[in-house]
Each structure stands twice: as C-alpha cells, then as structure tokens.
Design a protein around this ligand. Structure first.
Ligand SMILES: [Zn+2]
Length: 446
C-alpha cells in the first residue's frame, strides 16, 4: 500500500508543481491594498482547484470586510473521521525585486529549489493538501474540509469571526495546519510549541526638563543612564533573562549544530551565544528579551544637557506554558524594582500574544509520526518548537478544543519565507506530500 501511494504521489508531482506555479504567479499580497484584487483572484484559483477534485460546497467567504477564505468539503466513507486541512493563499510582500535572483512572481527552478514568493509559504501548503487528496481520487479515506485563509500574513484579524461563523462546516476530529516546516532536509518535524510575546514600552524620567550637564552633572541622574541600568538588569551576566517568575520548560532532545546556528542566525563570528542550557531550549522553551527600539536624543547634535526622559521598547518572548498575564506582571514588577535613584518609571503594555503548547499525544499524533517516518524512509519526526509566534494556531485550539491539531509544513532552514529568494526544496516537497497522503490513510485506520 505504501509503495502504491509512493508511486502515485511521484506521478502526481509534475501536475502539482504546475498548479503551484500558477498560484505563485498570482500576486496575492494581503498587506498591499493595491493588490486586493489579486488576493480575490487567488481565492478563486484555489476554489477552482478544489472544485476540480470533486469538492462540493466550495465557498469563498469573508467576515467583517476581511480577505477571502476558501471553504470546501469532500466526503469520505460513512463514519470516517473528518480532517480539516488549513493553509493560506496570501503572501508576504516581495519587497525590493532587485534583491531577488529571479522575478518574485515568476516561479523559477535553480538547483534543488523552485523560487518565488509563496512557492513555500504557503502556496506549497495548499498544494500539499491538494496532492494528498488527489492521490485518492474519489476514494478519500476520510472526510476532508479545506480551509484556505487569505490574511494570515497580516495577522488573521477576521479568523476568529470566520471560525465562529462557519463552525459547523469546519468542525473536524483532526486539524492539519500546513504552515510551518521541518527540522532539516531529510529530517521531518511536527511543530508542537510556539513562544508567546509581550511587548511593553518603559519610559524613565529624572527631570522636568533638560538642564546643564556641567552645572548639575554629578548630582542629578540623567534619564539615559538611568534607563540603561533598568535595561541591563534584565539579563544576568551569562545573558539569561533575569526577570523572576517567568516560566521555562524543557525542549526536545535535539542538537542544533554550531555551524548551522552561525549560518542561519547571521551572528558575527566573534559573537558569543547568550544564556546557558541546551540551545533549542533557549530558542523554543525559555523566555527571551530584547530591546527593539530606543527614544533618546540623537548623537549628532547632542548638547551638554542632562536628558530628562528616555524610552525603550521591550520585546519579551515567553515560553510555552507561561501566560501573557503572568509575564506582564513579572516584567512590570522587575522594571519597577530595578529603576535606580528614585527615577519615575512608566510601564505600558503595547501588545501581547499567548504562547502555544500542543498536546502532542494520542491517536492523531501516532498516525502522523508513523506517516512521517514512512515518508522519510525511517527517519522519525522530532517535536519542534518555534521561537516566534503563530497566534492563529491558538485560535484553532480555542475554537475546536476537542480536535487534535497537527502543525506541519514544507519549510526547511533555507526556505527564506518572507525574505528575498524564497524557495521550495522540490525533493523535500514530494516527501511532504507523501507524508500527508499517508497521514490521511493512517487517520482512517484509527
Ligand atoms: Zn505562512
């Protein structure tokens, strides 16, 4: 059976690739109001693809003036489980085309990859679902609901409304979110945790107005020095986050080779890693804190004045298992406790996003792990964390608490999603399609 499906998927790849190329040629940049028509055109194209596979009730829907999503259903055998397959058809802006080695919306093969905006993120996710469905023709082993969103790259603002409005159509036993990636070429992964985010501005004030630094320096603290003390208190000497009360947990036991870290992070050769403990814990399951903006007078033209006020934006990634409410309180308390010399500190929360920890156990996960191991010729998938946040995953978990959520995807460390020269690794893409095909079979068997 596996051999049959393997051969079937192989035979399907040229047509799938051509479908993918057609989608990539549509400039569905959701962030660009001038290309709203293209976003609608890509929704139409996606709907047509699923109509051609015998899907019924193919609808293009939107909520509150949001971007169009495609919902489609195709029935499997009576009593079979229902699987919702998610992807998104909008893409990131291409930014400066001069940074690309080939035109961003003209799919181009070079070496092992197919380059183009959306070639991976996430039009390949759509085509992965299409391939798994096509492999079974009219004998789907499970009931399938397609949900292809059109505004993921601008924050999925109307996703909760869509999930609510179409809840009955979208209800499923298993939800497959194909918008993440694998650990490396030849090494599959299931994404099981994502960090959350708390952003806050801290403002430090020491004076009502600037005063002469010669007359008052030595007695009155300036705001930049004072703010610097608060900022430096946020790390210990080893570079671990020093804010007390934040949650941290263990990560999967995987090695992140030094060479790969250097290449992927872009860190300068002499720069040391901060923090201690396993690398993947520091990236996935522990908090991280950065200063991402600073308001203070510019160096050029700075006068001999004690600066009265300075401001910094703090970006705190929080570990799966923590909550934004706890993290906000811990960070606020820390900043207030560490502002020296009686300066005034104002702490303002900018925005927050909850972390996600997926329960990666149970029959759906067994089915997925077995499918992935088969598709990758005996290499078992790792439980991968993601240091960033994909808030929409939490929306699915909340809307369908009884469903098992699997986060998969086509990306690999060199995909460059969101960047110039985004590219899909073609051989790996075939394994991803095969894995999802086997997954549908395995889910039917359980
Ligand atoms: Zn995506």
């Amino acid at each position: 059976m596996t051999d049959d499906l393997r051969a079937t998927v192989r035979d399907l790849m040229p047509a799938l690739r051509s479908d993918l190329e057609d989608l990539v040629r549509i400039q569905s940049v959701s962030a660009d109001p001038a290309r709203t028509g293209e976003v609608w055109r890509s929704a139409d194209a996606v709907a047509d693809l699923f109509r051609a596979e015998g899907f019924v009730e193919v609808d293009i829907v939107s909520a509150d003036g949001g971007a169009p999503a495609v919902i489609a259903r195709k029935a499997g055998p009576e009593g079979a489980p229902t699987v919702l397959l998610y992807a998104h058809h909008d893409v990131q802006p291409e930014n400066d085309p001069a940074d690309w080695d080939s035109p961003p919306f003209e799919p181009t093969e070079r070496g092992e990859r197919l380059y183009g905006r959306g070639a991976a993120d996430d039009k390949a996710g759509i085509v992965t679902h299409l391939g798994a469905i096509r492999a079974y023709g009219d004998d789907l082993p499970v009931n399938v609901v397609m949900f292809v969103e059109g505004e993921e790259e601008v924050g999925s603002d109307t996703l909760p409304a869509l999930l609510k409005e179409h809840q009955d159509k979208l209800r499923a036993d298993v939800i497959v979110i194909a918008d993440s990636g694998n650990w490396d070429i030849g090494e599959p992964a299931l994404t099981t945790s994502l960090r959350g985010l708390v952003r806050a501005d801290i403002e430090v004030r020491t004076l009502g107005h600037g005063v002469h630094s010669g007359m008052w320096g030595g007695l009155v603290p300036d705001a930049i020095m004072t703010l610097s003390r608060v900022i430096s208190s946020l790390y210990d000497d080893a570079g671990n986050v020093a804010v007390e009360g934040l949650f941290q947990g263990p990560a999967a036991d995987v090695e992140y080779p030094e060479e790969r870290l250097r290449a992927e992070s872009g860190a300068h050769g002499s720069v040391e890693w901060i923090g201690d403990g396993p690398v993947v814990e520091r990236l996935w399951t522990r908090p991280a804190l950065s200063v991402t903006g600073l308001d203070a007078p510019k160096v050029d033209g700075a006068s001999n004045t004690l600066v009265p006020v300075a401001r910094a934006k703090l970006s705190l990634r929080i570990a799966p298992g923590d909550t934004t409410a706890n993290a906000v309180e811990c960070l606020r308390r820390h900043c207030e406790a560490h502002v020296p010399w009686g300066a005034q500190l104002t702490f303002t929360v900018v925005d927050t996003g909850e972390p996600t920890r997926i329960d990666a156990t149970g029959p759906a996960y067994d089915a997925a792990r077995a499918a992935f191991e088969e598709a990758w010729d005996g290499v078992a998938p790792i439980d991968m964390g993601v240091g960033g946040s994909i808030p929409f995953i939490a929306e699915f978990l909340e809307a369908f608490p009884e469903a098992s959520v699997l986060v998969t995807g086509v990306e690999d460390p060199d995909t460059r999603a969101h960047g110039a020269n985004e590219g899909l690794h073609l051989a790996e893409f075939e394994r991803v399609v095969l894995a999802e095909t086997l997954l549908l079979r395995n889910l039917a068997a359980r």
